[in-house]
Ligand binder design. Structure first.
Ligand SMILES: Cc1cc2nc3c(=O)[nH]c(=O)nc-3n(C[C@H](O)[C@H](O)[C@H](O)COP(=O)(O)OP(=O)(O)OC[C@H]3O[C@@H](n4cnc5c(N)ncnc54)[C@H](O)[C@@H]3O)c2cc1C
Length: 412
């Protein structure tokens, strides 16, 4: 089969690697100079990522594909048990024990929580487990946690929810949140471990995937922004070149533009769903501190005037000493406002001055993962498919969601 893939983000690359592995003839079109999409490395000195990313142990497909293209995950990712410790020592950190003992021990040892608060979390966890990690589609994460002690909700659920779903708990889908918890805590051994990149994002998968594809005869057209896909009697044309099948691995608005031009009637519902998605921003403030942190990653107490939920010490992750990355998920989009607030937050919570180096705001970082959301399906029309983190599936907008969608789109 001659397959065109439009977009070389993690979804498009995953699809390309799988398709080449299955013996298809693959051409990848990518609008940017570099592959990686929203999870890419941005040129500059020092090399920075488009946004600080975290992976978790449950990202089994992402880890498998990294290995397929010759990357050893243990060389580029620092694995540590789940830790949401604050700079003042409060919060939860799990020991390196088998599940569910790690969770039990972590909760019992959580610093700054009363026994009542700890018990409220254990009770809620048992309830979720007994319900098979399912809830009504309309349920929000805040609703799911209504009887959780407020401190536990603020210090654990809210940061986990914005980290995983990039949507505030009050608006976030309880169903998707429970699915992530289930996979992380009970899916695979050490699924809840944090995997912190200690190389730039491009080196984790995009660049090695391109090399792997080129070495196996795939055609790589970068930079090439596809202008139009048109239907033929059999198959499709992509900017005039004929293919048996086309996979749109670009963001939803662009996929809808191309799908509408290619198959206006067949794609009507698909395009309406793609265009109805709402988005959340993520701001990453890179800043220089006089010295690094005691740990590679710390949770921060966030609120309207303190936008960052996490800070990463890039110096402990293979980068220059003292380079910090502050992540403000579901954030505002005014660069100067976010940056100034993060500087004040660093002084208040880390007790040190920081000098901003670069602030990257992705306005459409992820789709808003709200309850009962109808996401567009993978199939648009016969032989015209879509993949990407927004396509129908159990995961929120994550690398794993993108990769799984890419793999599924080329599965026989
Ligand atoms: C700041 C930030 C932080 C994040 N943090 C995390 C995290 O910690 N953990 C996590 O798992 N996920 C995180 N994510 C989400 C993750 O990055 C995305 O889910 C994932 O990268 C989406 O990949 P994708 O391939 O679906 O889409 P994209 O990355 O958007 O790829 C689409 C590609 O299509 C290309 N394209 C568009 N139009 C055309 C065209 N006409 N022709 C050719 N090419 C085209 C684009 O240039 C792009 O390369 C974060 C995202 C952001 C922005």
């Amino acid at each position: 089969m001659k397959l065109a893939i439009v977009g070389a983000g993690w979804a498009g690359l995953a699809a390309a690697v799988e398709a080449v592995g299955a013996g298809h003839q693959v051409t990848v079109f990518e609008a940017a100079r570099n592959a990686g999409g929203r999870a890419r490395t941005v040129a500059g000195e020092p090399l920075l990522d488009n946004g600080q990313h975290i992976l978790i142990g449950a990202y089994t497909e992402t880890l498998r594909l990294m290995s397929s293209v010759g990357v050893r995950p243990e060389n580029v990712l620092l694995r540590q048990p789940l830790s949401l410790r604050f700079a003042d020592g409060g919060g939860l950190a799990l020991p390196r024990w088998p599940a569910p003992l790690d969770l039990l021990a972590g909760v019992l040892a959580a610093r700054g929580w009363s026994w009542g608060e700890r018990l409220s979390l254990l009770r809620a966890s048992l309830r979720w487990q007994r319900a098979g990690f399912r809830c009504a589609p309309q349920q929000t994460v805040a609703g799911l946690c209504a009887d959780l002690a407020p401190r536990v909700a603020a210090e654990l659920v809210e940061p986990l929810c914005v980290a995983a779903l990039n949507t505030p708990a009050a608006d976030a889908s309880g169903q998707v949140f429970l699915r992530v918890l289930q996979d992380a805590l009970f899916g695979v051994p050490r699924g809840g471990d944090l995997l912190l990149p200690r190389a730039e994002l491009g080196a984790l998968f995009p660049a090695p995937a391109l090399q792997w594809l080129a070495a196996r005869g795939a055609v790589l057209r970068l930079p090439w922004r596809v202008r139009a896909v048109t239907a033929q009697a059999t198959g499709w044309q992509v900017d005039g070149e004929v293919f048996d099948r086309v996979l749109l691995a670009c963001p939803p608005a662009e996929a809808a533009r191309l799908a509408e031009g290619a198959a206006p009637a067949a794609s009507a519902i698909w395009c309406a769903r793609a265009r109805a998605l709402r988005f959340e921003a993520i701001a990453t403030v890179y800043a220089q501190a006089p010295q690094g942190l005691a740990q590679p990653m710390l949770a921060l107490r966030s609120g309207p005037a303190a936008p960052a939920q996490f800070v990463f010490d890039r110096g402990r992750l293979g980068g220059p000493a003292g380079l910090l990355a502050f992540v403000a998920s579901a954030s505002g989009t005014e660069r100067a406002v976010v940056q100034a607030a993060v500087v004040a937050q660093a002084r208040a919570q880390l007790g040190r001055p920081v000098r901003p180096l670069q602030t990257i705001i992705e306005k459409r970082a992820t789709f808003a993962c709200t309850p009962a959301l109808q996401r567009p399906a993978a199939r648009i029309a016969p032989g015209l498919l879509a993949c990407g983190d927004y396509v129908e599936g159990p995961y929120p907008a994550t690398l794993e969601g993108a990769v799984r969608s890419g793999v599924a789109a080329v599965a026989p």
